[in-house]
Design a binder for this molecule. Structure first.
Ligand code: SF4
Length: 284
């Protein structure tokens, strides 16, 4: 079984949601794109090609090139023409025929790239960008993940970067993030094993806020994270054997694609909405 870091996070949040998300039919029926997804995917795609010297030569790395890559990725055209049908559907789901809203989100993407272009090292040549990496965690379980970007520093060590287009966490304490985080640790583990090198830093780069949040994963931390990931993946395998995926209603139910088919999530959200409504303080 192949398990991705994002699936691990989903499982820990709600096993039922993880289970629903693994069913292709349910995914097809209930999973809907959103403005934020369209934006996030287009920004990732644009940055991937921008740093790929087989697609864009270093002297051609201008802000205009980056904007055009975003537009092409967004519209599924040019270098991204193979995605045209996928993008058409995603845009329809996210924006319908509301061109003004789509324009506002597209502008948000251009603004993100403007900040990126003016604050980051544009001449960098990453070791890999948006590539899948895999690691056999335990018997029958492969940990897989797409790593946004891996840079190799002059001292030979590796830096793992995960781009984020959403809001940064309130908590930015490096030690606490290192303790709680699993996603970055999973990427760092994949990279350290695959390239047999030292990962000197792994971080989330919050593009909208020009903020880098991360930590330096030493061998001891990576070993602890590997044990933790292995334990969770073993639990997931057992859950499949036992067909045991309980619903665990939580504040994210409001955004869950599968709430329509989840009575527990519906009940939780109903109570939550009622509580919020009862507390609303009107100024008139
Ligand atoms: S609605 Fe809530 S409880 Fe139901 S599957 Fe989604 S996250 Fe889980």
């Amino acid at each position: 079984m192949k398990i991705f870091p994002t699936q691990i996070e989903t499982y820990l949040n709600c096993p039922r949601k993880y289970h629903f998300g693994r069913d292709p039919e349910l995914r097809k029926k209930y999973f809907k794109s959103s403005p934020h997804l369209v934006l996030g995917n287009a920004v990732h795609d644009a940055l991937q090609y921008f740093f790929d010297i087989t697609k864009v030569k270093i002297p051609d790395r201008t802000y205009e090139t980056l904007c055009n890559l975003l537009r092409d990725a967004w519209g599924g055209r040019g270098l991204f023409a193979r995605n045209s049908w996928k993008q058409k559907r995603a845009r329809e789901e996210a924006f319908g025929d509301d061109r003004e809203t789509e324009k506002a989100w597209g502008q948000k993407g251009l603004n993100i790239l403007y900040r990126f272009f003016n604050t980051q090292d544009i001449s960098a040549v990453p070791l890999t960008a948006e590539q899948f990496h895999e690691l056999r965690l335990t018997d029958g379980v492969i940990l897989g993940g797409k790593v946004d970007r891996i840079d190799r520093l002059e001292d030979g060590s590796l830096v793992v970067i995960d781009y984020k287009t959403g809001k940064p966490p309130r908590q930015k304490d490096q030690e606490e993030i290192a303790e709680k985080d699993l996603q970055l640790a999973a990427y760092a583990l994949l990279v350290a094993r695959k390239f047999r090198g030292k990962v000197s830093r792994c971080s989330y780069l919050y593009l909208n806020d020009e903020l880098e949040v991360g930590y330096e994963p030493d061998d001891d931390l990576l070993s602890r994270k590997e044990a933790q990931l292995t334990e969770i993946c073993t639990r997931i395998v057992k859950a499949w054997d036992d067909d045991d995926f309980p619903a665990t209603p939580n504040p994210l139910c409001g955004w869950c694609d599968f709430r329509e088919i989840c009575s527990e999530g519906q009940e939780y959200q109903k109570q939550r909405d009622a509580a919020v409504g009862a507390q609303s303080d009107l100024p008139f």
